[in-house]
Design a protein around this ligand. Structure first.
Ligand code: MF3
Ligand code: CO
Length: 254
C-alpha cells in the first residue's frame, strides 16, 4: 500500500478540536433522551442544529458533498447516512444511530452513538453492546508506536468473536482542519500492519457492525446505506488524539 501522510496536530490545534468535539458530545447527550417513539428524525435534526449554533459552532455535515442536514439518523437496518425526514417517525423497539460533526475555529469533531427507542430485542441489545465495546477496544489499541492495523484488528476480532459482521464499505478517518483526512481507518485489518501512530495524530474511529451479513446497499436518496439483507446495524464513533500513553478521547464529555 502507498505511503499516506498523516498530519500531526499541535497542542493548540488539538485544543480547538476538543472544543468542536465537546459540542458534538453535548448535542449527542441531549439527543439521547429525545430518541423516543413518536419523534421524527427531522425534529432531532432541528434540535441538533439549533444547539450546535447556540454553542457557537457550525454543523459539519450540512452541505458536505451536498448532504442536506446536521445529523445523520440511521434506524434499524440503516447503517449510516440516514437523512432526517419529517415523515420518518421513531417507533418502539427501534435502534437509532445518531452521527454528527461540528466545526469550531476551523477544526472538526465527529462522533456517533446508537440508542434504543423504548424496549428493544435481546439481539438488538447485544449488537449495541458489542459495537460499543468494539470501539472501546479500538481506543485501547491507540498509542504512539502502535500501528493502525492494531486498531482495525481490535474491532474486527471482537465483532467476529461475538458473531457480528463488519461493514467494509465505510471506514473511520483522520480528522482536523477537514472532516475527512488521511488515514482511512477500516474496521478490519492485520495487527502490526499499516501506518505508525504518532503523538498528535487525530482520528475518528467508527465501527459499523451488522447482526447478519455486512453487504451494503445505498438507497435511491443517494445517501442512506442499509444492510443488503435487512439485518440490524449499529454505529459508534469517537474523535481522539494519539498520545504517548494512549489516546485522548476528545468527544468524551468532560
Ligand atoms: N461520521 C460520518 C463520516 O465521518 C458522517 C459523514 S456524513 C456526511 O463519514 F454527510 F458528512 F457525509
Ligand atoms: Co466520521
Amino acid at each position: 500500500q502507498a505511503q499516506v501522510v498523516i498530519e500531526i496536530k499541535t497542542p493548540e490545534e488539538v485544543r480547538r478540536m476538543r472544543k468542536a468535539s465537546q459540542v458534538v458530545a453535548k448535542v449527542l447527550l441531549e439527543l439521547k433522551s429525545r430518541v423516543k417513539p413518536g419523534v421524527s428524525t427531522a425534529e432531532l435534526d432541528k434540535f441538533a442544529e439549533n444547539l450546535v449554533r447556540e454553542m457557537g459552532a457550525v454543523p459539519a455535515f450540512l452541505g458536505y458533498r451536498g448532504y442536506p442536514a446536521t445529523l445523520c439518523v440511521s434506524i434499524n437496518e440503516e447503517i449510516v447516512h440516514g437523512i432526517p425526514d419529517p415523515k420518518r417517525v421513531i417507533r418502539e423497539g427501534d435502534i437509532v444511530s445518531l452521527d454528527m460533526g461540528a466545526v469550531c475555529d476551523g477544526f472538526y469533531g465527529d462522533a456517533a452513538v446508537t440508542v434504543a427507542a423504548g424496549e428493544i430485542s435481546g439481539a438488538a441489545r447485544k449488537l449495541l453492546d458489542v459495537t460499543s465495546r468494539s470501539l472501546d477496544l479500538a481506543l485501547s489499541a491507540v498509542k504512539a508506536g502502535a500501528r493502525l492495523g492494531d486498531v482495525s484488528h481490535a474491532v474486527e476480532k471482537y465483532a467476529l468473536e461475538n458473531g457480528m459482521s463488519v461493514v467494509r464499505e465505510f471506514t473511520g478517518h483522520g480528522i482536523g482542519r477537514h472532516l475527512h483526512e488521511e488515514p482511512s481507518i477500516p474496521n478490519f485489518g492485520k495487527p502490526g500492519s499499516g501506518p505508525l501512530l504518532k503523538t498528535g495524530m487525530t482520528l475518528a474511529i467508527e465501527p459499523m457492525l451488522c447482526l447478519g451479513r455486512a453487504e451494503v446497499v445505498v438507497k435511491n436518496d443517494g445517501w442512506t446505506a442499509v444492510s443488503a439483507d435487512g439485518s440490524l446495524a449499529a454505529h459508534y464513533e469517537h474523535t481522539v488524539a494519539v498520545t504517548d500513553e494512549g489516546c485522548d478521547i476528545l468527544t468524551l464529555l468532560s
